[in-house]
Every structure is written in C-alpha cells, then in structure tokens.
Design a protein around this ligand. Structure first.
Ligand code: SF4
Ligand code: SF4
Length: 106
C-alpha cells in the first residue's frame, strides 16, 4: 500500500513519519523530546525495580520521589502525532523509530 503523503503549498510532497517506538534501553529520560513536541503525544514515566510504570514530571528540575530506577519517555497518545520528527531530531541517544502511515483507501 502507498504511504500517506501530503502536498505542501509549494507543490512539493511530504510523507509524515510518525513516532512508532522509543528504545527504552537507550532512553535517559532527559525530556528533550517532550519539550519539542507540541501535540501531547509523549509522557515520561518512571520504571520501578519490578518493571512497574509510575507517572513522573517531564521537567528534570522537578524533584520527584526516587521510587523508580530510571525515567523513560513513552508514546502515550500516538493518535496525536503529526509526524514532524522533531522528537527524533533532538534526541541525543537516537531512541526513536518513525514510520509512514498507509494512505487511506480511495
Ligand atoms: S513526530 Fe512530532 S508530533 Fe509526533 S511525537 Fe514527535 S514531535 Fe510529537
Ligand atoms: S530525547 Fe531521547 S533520550 Fe531524551 S527522553 Fe526523549 S527519547 Fe529519551
């Protein structure tokens, strides 16, 4: 199936690449991607020793209770993503995988 593509006002075409996954092994929970995403797609969570996920602030300045082993970014609301790839471009650890969407059937 063909990828979903948009025609820009310039006449050029653009294929949005949507945030598909974040590598939690590589993620350092720095929050940079969260800051550049204006679409409420991402959420920072704390991973506990038992693998449980708990809500934490995305602001590194905030003093969370240290009840988790590490913080990782997650894709909480993928339906809000517009495929701009700003999150991938700013990520210092290359955690993101993006993918085009299928074009809707005519
Ligand atoms: S691709 Fe853009 S809209 Fe989607 S999660 Fe990344 S920054 Fe947000
Ligand atoms: S920018 Fe990369 S390393 Fe930082 S929180 Fe986002 S995914 Fe994790």
């Amino acid at each position: 199936m063909a990828a979903f593509t948009i025609t820009l006002p310039s006449g050029k075409s653009w294929t949005p690449q949507y945030a598909a996954s974040i590598n939690e092994e590589k993620c350092i929970g720095c929050g940079r991607c969260f800051k550049v995403c204006g679409r409420d797609v991402l959420q920072l969570v704390g991973l506990t020793e038992d693998g449980e996920r708990i809500g934490v602030s995305a602001d590194p300045e905030d003093d969370d209770d240290e009840e988790y082993e590490k913080k990782v970014m997650t894709i909480a609301n993928p339906e809000n993503c517009v495929g701009c790839e700003a999150c991938m471009k700013i990520c210092p650890k290359k955690c993101y995988t993006h993918a085009a969407a299928d074009a809707p059937l005519a």
